[in-house]
Design a protein around this ligand. Structure first.
Ligand SMILES: CC(C)(COP(=O)(O)OP(=O)(O)OC[C@H]1O[C@@H](n2cnc3c(N)ncnc32)[C@H](O)[C@@H]1OP(=O)(O)O)[C@@H](O)C(=O)NCCC(=O)NCCS
Length: 187
């Protein structure tokens, strides 16, 4: 597939995905900062996000990567308004039409189906663009992330033994995959 960008704005049924904007940095940092323990359990970048400038640097880097078609990271909002979290498509292998989806939600937004909705919208945009396979990778102890992958119809393709170090422990990674299927004729 030829390198090209995903839409800067994607609307789900209950969520809106917006390409990152430096103006949202303070809000994103505040959401991370007040929920470090929960988010940091499975997201190594949380410990590296120590000050608002770190989120500003993340957004600047994400915009550069967007321009280079290396990855597409979005801020997530509930459709009725209000920052909810972040998600993105990265580890893109353009020659193979593959990419990986990652995500996080603020605590208040968890348990409402918002990330499933956002992932559905991101998937749909990616498949429309020409992606053939999407992956979700998560720590084997991350039940909520694995449940989301299953809820969205991803198949468990494999498990990597102790390939990730989080703090003092090594964790297994689950690899979930979903491939685009042509709609049956007449559908
Ligand atoms: C992983 C994470 C995004 C999952 O969030 P989530 O809210 O559980 O995910 P979903 O959007 O799929 O919502 C599903 C939950 O909403 C409930 N729900 C309510 N309305 C729903 C609807 N219309 N559709 C689907 N689910 C709905 C489901 O019952 C489920 O709740 P449960 O976990 O109590 O069974 C979130 O736990 C998180 O941010 N964790 C910390 C960061 C992290 O681990 N990121 C992933 C790294 S791989």
């Amino acid at each position: 597939m030829r390198k090209s960008a995903l839409p800067a704005l994607i609307k789900g049924r209950r969520t809106v995905l917006r390409k990152h904007n430096p103006k949202t940095a303070a809000e994103i940092f505040a959401a991370i900062d007040k929920d470090r323990k929960r988010l940091g359990r499975f997201l190594p970048w949380v410990a590296l996000t120590k000050a608002p400038e770190d989120t500003e640097a993340f957004i600047a880097a994400s915009l550069e990567k967007w321009a280079a078609r290396d990855s597409f990271h979005y801020a997530l909002f509930a459709a009725e308004g209000g920052f909810a979290g972040g998600l993105g498509l990265f580890n893109i292998q353009w020659p193979h039409d593959c990419g990986e989806i990652g995500y996080w939600l603020s605590r208040e937004c968890e348990g409402r189906g918002l990330m499933s909705d956002a992932v559905a919208a991101l998937e749909s945009a990616a498949f429309k663009k020409g992606f053939h396979r999407l992956e979700i990778r998560c720590d084997a102890a991350n039940g909520k992330s694995a449940a989301l992958a299953a809820r969205r119809g991803y198949r468990l393709d494999g498990r990597l033994a102790e390939d990730r170090r989080i703090g003092r422990r090594y964790g297994d990674t689950l690899i979930f995959g979903k491939v685009k299927r042509a709609k049956p004729s007449g559908a």
